[in-house]
Design a protein. Structure first.
Length: 367
């Protein structure tokens, strides 16, 4: 195992300590690190030009990813120029960043917000791993991302960032008692209904008569070029959902964009992740992109605005009635090893600060 990295406190690493990991060659890049990759408590990962279409999703187990690819790849694809990844297909892409982590540093991956809102299943894979999106302490080697476009085909190229890593010097989850104190100080979740191993989040299906409660992805749409921002017409890809009944019936196989009832705040020196409220609810999946960085929705932050969580929902086998105010997720807060030098959206800006019901940044504003 690699030597330990000396840090004063436990917790998720803030931006300046992630940069220090790179400076000390614990994170190595085939191309110079970009400023836009570093978030307050995470790092965006860039696609390399090496891509493979594969027969099925897999985990390496006791093998390397390349050993598994030698048997499962259908074809190699060079994405140094734009290529289309088709919906319903599965691809593995090597990441430009390579890791040689200290013995006390681990990492967790998650899809970026825009990736989740496009219904792109995105999971990190590392050599000899038995689970997705987890990098063990002291890991040395390349990392890869599995990409499965579900609702829309996508056009990508080398350098695009679809997922992100959060590094930990041990994860320090904030207890329920600590959450109660944090909520009293910062009102981190407006009108909290329940604190039970995290703060519960409910869905908002109330709206004015002329305002949609959400969106449902249309079928057989054109491919979306992930480098084009504020470009696509909403009506080409999305059906607006209206309801005055206080509920919506989720259709099996359909993908929905909805919003939380609550406004959410992530204070400095904390980060959060959205997780399912109860996995045994079973009929739908909520939130592909679960990371919330310090400063999200934090009003005293420069440019901070009250923000809701956008919920990415996919229904499974049977139709399911989702009612207004139904609890569907939980926010798990954790502490950082130190306060980030900048908060969410302060330096490089953000497409999602102050959001209510918002599609990915690739679409024109529907409002």
């Amino acid at each position: 195992m690699n030597k330990l990295m000396l840090l004063k406190r436990k917790g998720a690493l803030p931006a300046q300590e992630i940069i220090d990991l790179h400076r000390r060659s614990y994170i190595k890049c085939t191309k110079p690190l970009e400023d836009s990759q570093i978030q307050p408590a995470s790092m965006d990962l860039r696609l390399s030009k090496k891509c493979w279409e594969v027969e099925a999703s897999f985990l390496p187990g006791h093998k390397t990813v390349k050993q598994k690819l030698s048997k499962l790849k259908k074809r190699a694809i060079d994405i140094s120029t734009f290529k289309t990844l088709k919906r319903g297909k599965i691809y593995i892409i090597e990441i430009q960043e390579e890791l040689s982590l200290p013995g006390n540093i681990s990492a967790v991956a998650n899809a970026k917000s825009s990736t989740g809102r496009l219904d792109i299943l995105t999971r990190l894979i590392s050599d000899n791993s038995s689970c997705f999106d987890r990098i063990s302490k002291g890991y040395t080697g390349k990392v890869y991302v599995e990409i499965a476009p579900i609702s829309f085909s996508i056009i990508i190229k080398e350098g695009i960032m679809l997922n992100q890593l959060r590094f930990h010097n041990e994860q320090k989850v904030i207890t329920d008692r600590q959450l109660e104190k944090l909520n009293s100080k910062f009102n981190i979740v407006e009108n909290v209904r329940q604190i039970d191993n995290g703060i519960t989040i409910s869905v908002n299906l109330e709206s004015k008569e002329d305002e949609p409660i959400g969106f449902r992805a249309k079928k057989n749409c054109p491919a979306i070029n992930l480098t084009k921002l504020n470009h696509y017409k909403v009506e080409t890809f999305w059906e607006k959902l209206f309801s005055t009944k206080g509920y919506v019936t989720l259709v099996p196989g359909a993908f929905y964009i909805l919003r939380s009832k609550e406004y959410i705040t992530i204070p400095p020196q904390t980060a959060a992740e959205m997780v399912p409220y109860e996995v045994r609810m079973g009929e739908f999946r909520v939130h592909y992109a679960g990371f919330f960085d310090p400063g999200f929705g934090f009003i005293s932050n420069i440019g901070g605005k009250r923000s809701k969580a956008v919920l990415e929902i996919r229904c499974h086998e049977t139709p399911f009635i989702l009612e207004d105010s139904q609890i569907i997720g939980k926010l798990i807060y954790e502490t950082l090893a130190s306060t980030p030098d900048s908060m969410y959206g302060e330096i490089i800006g953000s497409n999602y600060q102050g959001q209510t019901l918002k599609l990915s940044k690739h679409f024109e504003n529907w409002q």
